[in-house]
Design a protein around this ligand. Structure first.
Ligand SMILES: Cc1cc2nc3c(=O)[nH]c(=O)nc-3n(C[C@H](O)[C@H](O)[C@H](O)COP(=O)(O)OP(=O)(O)OC[C@H]3O[C@@H](n4cnc5c(N)ncnc54)[C@H](O)[C@@H]3O)c2cc1C
Length: 413
């Protein structure tokens, strides 16, 4: 590790003066995973540049790249059917408060998280992982659920697991702000721009931006969410699937929001394989100052021809048929809450065939990647950033993980 660092420093001293900026590592993508990685790298004393555009002001008129973090609420929880997912969430959640305090930016609401289902296997799997990680949780029978959360309507067969103290939600925009603030505090740089190309030279990379800037970096990380493949030679061949998500936002009055102020975030797993279930965020104040409840579907649909359709999808309002289905589910769950001004929004996630992130170096180009949020990475972005920073600096993920789990996979031809 020391050898690599000193080599980087030497190479930096011979930085080509025709570049606008020079750095040890250029992190491309100022989203949840990129900002977290840049923060960990900067705090490990590397000279870091975090490079990416801000959120567009009018999505429907924006023709550039988009992020999957343009929202005010993402569920956070440790409890999960998958032990790996639970571990990276637990590690991240354990650092939320420190990050809030050191950055001065709040992003975590520990309102609790409730997972419910009539599928016994699902509840058993969650219970097992929660026990393995010694999570503080409560198992609730159907009558206990209705007693604790009287505003929800659940069928008789539904039972639940309640993660009262660590679950809740994060504000993804503020989480990125907090990570970015820490990058700056650790003497890193942030540039608001979109990368148009990355080129490998002898022993370094040149990164070109849409506004004509040029960055010279010893290492480069692509963490551009669903737009990542566009920046990598052979990127289309990665075993990743871009999937469409539609969410429904429903406004509620201040009075109704007050009545639901104890409401936890919720995942309702259905027994049907097609409609895997829904997730629900409690009332949150959005940038327009109104209170909204958000509902989304757990199973997102693969997008056909993302190279053509991804930008159009983000510019639009999602799938109206799914929006209507979400409204019916919301009404079933909260039958007595007055909701108005319903609107749908589009988003997209990338999923890997392995269900894990790809945290690796691309063979052909030497570009580092952090890909495949898999629809659950907002809450765990801090730990994923730490794992990736470790990989970039030492060539390996931290000891408690295994490199093989994060290896990039390609589509079979
Ligand atoms: C509807 C929806 C609900 C979700 N709910 C949850 C949840 O409840 N809990 C949870 O933990 N996770 C949730 N997720 C998943 C989570 O939001 C993603 O896993 C996370 O955003 C992935 O982070 P990322 O950094 O890979 O991508 P993003 O957050 O999308 O960030 C990528 C960034 O790269 C930038 N970029 C793209 N191309 C370029 C380029 N050429 N040059 C420079 N920058 C570029 C983009 O502008 C963007 O800022 C949800 C996702 C969706 C869509």
């Amino acid at each position: 590790m020391l050898w690599r660092l000193s080599q980087m420093q030497e190479e930096n001293q011979t930085m080509n003066s025709s570049s606008d900026y020079g750095c040890d590592v250029c992190v491309v993508g100022k989203g949840l995973l990129g900002s977290a990685t840049a923060r960990h790298l900067a705090e490990m004393d590397l000279n870091v540049l975090l490079l990416g555009p801000d959120e567009p002001s009018v999505k429907s008129q924006h023709s550039g790249v988009f992020g999957s973090h343009y929202d005010s609420g993402r569920i956070t929880r440790i409890i999960d059917t998958d032990l790996y997912c639970a571990r990276i969430a637990e590690a991240s959640i354990s650092r939320y408060r420190d990050l809030e305090e050191s950055s001065g930016i709040d992003f975590y609401q520990a309102v609790g998280h409730l997972a419910v289902s009539s599928a016994k296997d699902y509840i058993d799997e969650i219970t097992n992982t929660a026990r393995q990680l010694k999570v503080d949780f409560e198992s609730l029978t159907n009558p206990e659920l209705l007693d604790a959360f009287p505003y929800f309507s659940f069928a008789n067969e539904v039972s639940g697991i309640y993660e009262q103290f660590t679950g809740g939600y994060v504000n993804p925009r503020n989480l990125i702000k907090a990570q970015s603030e820490m990058v700056l505090k650790a003497d890193g740089k942030i540039i608001t721009d979109t990368v148009s190309a990355i080129e490998k030279r002898k022993g370094f990379f040149e990164i070109f931006t849409e506004s004509g800037k040029k960055v010279r970096a010893n290492q480069v990380l692509v963490a551009c969410g669903v737009f990542s493949e566009r920046l990598m030679p052979g990127g289309q061949n990665l075993d990743l699937e871009i999937c469409e998500s539609t969410v429904l936002l429903a406004e509620l009055s201040e009075e109704n929001a007050m009545q639901l102020q104890e409401m936890p975030s919720l995942i309702f797993r259905y027994e049907s394989e097609i409609e895997k279930g829904v997730y629900l965020l409690p009332p949150i104040r959005y940038p327009d100052q109104k209170m909204y409840i958000k509902i989304g579907h757990s199973e997102s649909r693969p997008m056909s021809d993302p190279a053509t359709n991804l930008t159009k999808w983000f510019q639009g309002d999602g799938d109206q048929a799914i929006g209507e289905w979400l409204y019916s589910q919301l009404f079933d769950l909260l039958p007595n809450v007055g909701l108005s001004n319903l609107k749908t929004e589009s988003c997209a996630v990338s999923r890997s065939s392995t269900g894990r992130q790809f945290i690796d170096v691309m063979d052909e180009s030497g570009i580092h990647v952090l890909l495949a949020g898999n629809g659950y990475s907002a809450k765990s972005s801090d730990e994923l950033g730490r794992i990736t920073a470790h990989k970039i600096i030492s060539g390996e993920v931290p000891d408690e993980y295994s490199d093989i789990d994060f290896t990039v996979k390609h589509k079979r031809t």
